[in-house]
Structure formats: structure tokens, C-alpha cells
Design a protein around this ligand. Structure first.
Ligand SMILES: Nc1ncnc2c1ncn2[C@@H]1O[C@H](COP(=O)(O)OP(=O)(O)O)[C@@H](O)[C@H]1O
Ligand SMILES: [Mg+2]
Length: 223
């Protein structure tokens, strides 16, 4: 995938360069200017997708170490909570101090949490409540992270598509890669990611990650 993405990236850079040059040409017929701007905008969108693909491929092999889920969640929140998107959003956290460290790639998990937190904020443009809970799953071999929002929800017909690469309902701003990348990361950790949603009420993502057996995994996992 990385190879293909690079292959696509080179000609895209050429298209962007030349179309930007033409758009700045004073002799350009004004009638063509807005068309050309569309070309540039759509090319930039392609470039964004390609960057997403590069990330997707880079992140396929987790670098596991004993990781505190709460610390990763706080780091993810710290990075995004001051953005304008979160201005009218109340953040309610309930992070259980008992969750043990789990064998995981903290950078990858942070990416998953950021993707889901940003989606939650996008679903609540007029404000709302973002709920974050960590703890044990019913099966105590798993840690559980729940991220819920009081946003617009996901219609039933979209629920089975949201983890597909490139599925997005965000016309110009979405790449549709956030959840598919997140799904891949959680899957690579031996975990699961589930969603419940009610239109007009909100959405909850539940991520379960294996706690791991310290005795068994100390050898396989870097401290
Ligand atoms: N918390 C949420 N509330 C409502 N819809 C959501 C939520 N999270 C994801 N979605 C839906 O899933 C789609 C795919 O999400 P994602 O893969 O992150 O791509 P993107 O955010 O670029 O659209 C979104 O476009 C949106 O329709
Ligand atoms: Mg997203």
C-alpha cells in the first residue's frame, strides 16, 4: 500500500504545482478560474487520502509495551480538547484507577482515541456531552474504553459501513479513513471495537483490549 501511495503522490504533486501556477496567471480567463480552483481543491483532497493511506500502512505493526490506557486517553484528550470544535462540549471522564497496564502500542492507541473523539465532536456541532469511561470489560481479561456522545447519531443503514475505508458522510472534510484505521489497530491488538447509536440521541463506541498475561508476555513485550 505504501508503495502505491507514493506512486500516486508524485503525479499528484505535479498536478497541484501546475494547476496552482496556471491559477495565478493573470492572463487566465476569469471564467476558468473557479473551475481550476475546483481541480486544485479536489487534488488536495486526493493528496489527503494518500497521506491517510500512508499512515494506514505504516501503522500495521504495533510496537507493544506495557501501556496505561488512562494515560493514553489523557494524552489524546490533551491534544484536542482545546480546539474550537470542543468549545461547547462538556467532557465527562470516569477513568478507573484499577485498569492494569496492557500490552499495546501507545501511539497507535492514541490515534484510535483521537479519531473517535474527533468524530464525536463532529457529531455535536451545537455542543453536547462527551463521555469517556475506562474499566474492565465483563470478561475481566479485557480492558474497556467507552466513548459516547450526545450527537446526531448514525442511521441504521450506515452502521455497517462506518468501518469501511473511505466511507464518510462529511462531504468535503472527511476522508473516511479514521474508523477503518482505528478498526485495524484495535484488531492488531487482539481487541474489538463496537458501536451503538440512536439517531438524534447519540453514539457510543466500546473498545475492548486484552489485558495480557504479564508472566507470559513479558518476554514478547518490550518494557
Ligand atoms: N460519533 C459519531 N456520530 C455520528 N456519526 C459518526 C460518529 N463516528 C463516525 N460516524 C460516521 O462514520 C463515518 C466514518 O467515520 P471516519 O472513518 O472517522 O471518517 P470521517 O470522519 O473522515 O468521515 C463518518 O463520516 C460519520 O458518518
Ligand atoms: Mg473521522
Amino acid at each position: 500500500v505504501a508503495g502505491i501511495a507514493h506512486e500516486i503522490n508524485n503525479p499528484l504533486t505535479g498536478i497541484l504545482l501546475f494547476s496552482s501556477m496556471i491559477s495565478k496567471d493573470e492572463k487566465l480567463d476569469p471564467r476558468h478560474k473557479s473551475d481550476l480552483e475546483t481541480v486544485i481543491r479536489e487534488t488536495e483532497r486526493c493528496a489527503k487520502i494518500v497521506r491517510g493511506l500512508l499512515e494506514f500502512s505504516r501503522e500495521s505493526v504495533p510496537q507493544k509495551k506495557w501501556t496505561s490506557l488512562n494515560a493514553v486517553m489523557m494524552a489524546a484528550l490533551g491534544l484536542i480538547k482545546n480546539q474550537a470544535l470542543f468549545q461547547n462540549i462538556t467532557i465527562a471522564t470516569d477513568l478507573s484507577p484499577d485498569v492494569p497496564k496492557i500490552p499495546a502500542d501507545p501511539n497507535q492507541l492514541e490515534q484510535v482515541f483521537i479519531n473517535i473523539l474527533l468524530n464525536a465532536s463532529h457529531a455535536m456541532p451545537g455542543g453536547g456531552t462527551l463521555g469517556i469511561v475506562t474499566g474492565y470489560a465483563e470478561d475481566r481479561n479485557y480492558a474497556l474504553v467507552k466513548i459516547s456522545d450526545t450527537g446526531h447519531g448514525i442511521p441504521a443503514e450506515n452502521l455497517r459501513k462506518i468501518f469501511d475505508p473511505f466511507f464518510t458522510t462529511k462531504e468535503n472534510s472527511g476522508t473516511g479513513l479514521g474508523l477503518s484505521v482505528s478498526y485495524g489497530i484495535v484488531n492488531n491488538h487482539g481487541g474489538t471495537i463496537e458501536v451503538e447509536s440512536a439517531v438524534g440521541e447519540g453514539t457510543t463506541f466500546a473498545i475492548k483490549l486484552p489485558i495480557g498475561n504479564e508472566l507470559k508476555e513479558t518476554i514478547a513485550v518490550q518494557e
